[in-house]
Design a protein around this ligand. Sequence first.
Ligand code: ADP
Length: 426
Amino acid sequence: MTQAGIVGLAVAVVLLGLAALASAAQASLARMTLPTAMKLAADGRRGGDALVALMEHPARTASRIALLGLASQATGVALVTWVLLGLLQPLPAVALAAVAATVVLYVGAEVAPKTVALQRTEQVALAIGPLVAALARPLGPLASALIVVGNWVAPGRGLEAGPFVTEEQLRAMIDAAESEEVIESSERQMIHSIFELGDTVVREIMVPRPDMVTVSVEDSLSDVLDVVWTAGHSRIPVYKNDRDEIVGLLYAKDVLRRLHLGGHEDGPWEDLLRPAHFVPELKPVDDLLRELQTQRVHLAVVVDEYGATAGLVTIEDVLEEIVGEIEDEYDQEESLVEDLADDRWRVDARLPVDELAELVAADLPDAEWDTVGGLLFGLLGHVAVPGEQVAIDGVRLTAERVKGRRIAKVLVERVHAATDVEEEGR
Ligand code: ADP
């Protein structure tokens, strides 16, 4: 072998090392997150800062590492082929180069580095971070130029534009993690609920105005105590004139303290009022949670677009969206659905439409109406009279109990397609 051939092989070995580095970087960075990288950097781990810099631009990093890996592999194979051409006939030289390169690259630049990287994600990421950052930087302009060419060949959002992962992909990963028993079913459900928080608005989870427990500023402290006692809620909105004019909140603890310290049941109590917090009914629930947290309020009064009181919402209502129903010692336990067998149910009109749709496996419109009562009211087009019915997507809804203008209980029946045909045939 000539001296040039020996140098060529040595360079090919170095390139194999670079290809292995790129593979290890791909595997370890795919498992790394920016917060983890920041924590490692904050802990003073060596290589932490370089890792953060890489993780801050995941798409850019990925395209540069891919280029590093591919360029090393392609150049290495070309060099080995060139060296073998000096030793053998062209055909055997090319064939040997192809076979040898496939085996060596597969083992040395794919399987081995990726296995190590997956087993020791953090150590590998920290160890190779600075080197990868240094090598990837000069490749930046070339990678960007090649992406332009790539976009020309295959238009559309590519590597640089992101997003790196979509919500659907994340959700699919979570489902996969559950089926592989990496996470539990309850954890999967909770994570999905968190994604849905941003698509849910306050109006869908609030306690509606008719169910709000409130007191008037005119009420005596003993009346207030009665209300607190019967309802079992610790925060009561207080209104002047009517419920559209909420002037503050009264805390049960403040009432207790006042009475304990000798306050009179007929004495003034307006000084106990605390400021109320108001939120619009179309606010997304994830924003609401953040707002309640930062403002340190537990209960917010919900107002509609005209400023009228629509209901109230507490942190517990938001948490229930994530973890399911929470019942404390004072919550009156009542089920919104009573199964009457034979595909019949008696449901509380406050039951959300999507929950009814799930229960009866029907396609019910839930964009305009949040509750079953609202759906029935909307479909009827007028204030319901007990016994009035509507049918929608194979489901019959009957207003069973009506209180004033408000539907209270709805009888739900699944009307079988066969029955429909029979009725029509008669
Ligand atoms: P509490 O323990 O005072 O009842 P939570 O924040 O634990 O308050 O809320 C429990 C449930 O009671 C939630 O669904 C909440 O919306 C509702 N709730 C709280 N206060 C009132 C109130 N004054 N009127 C009607 N419902 C209320």
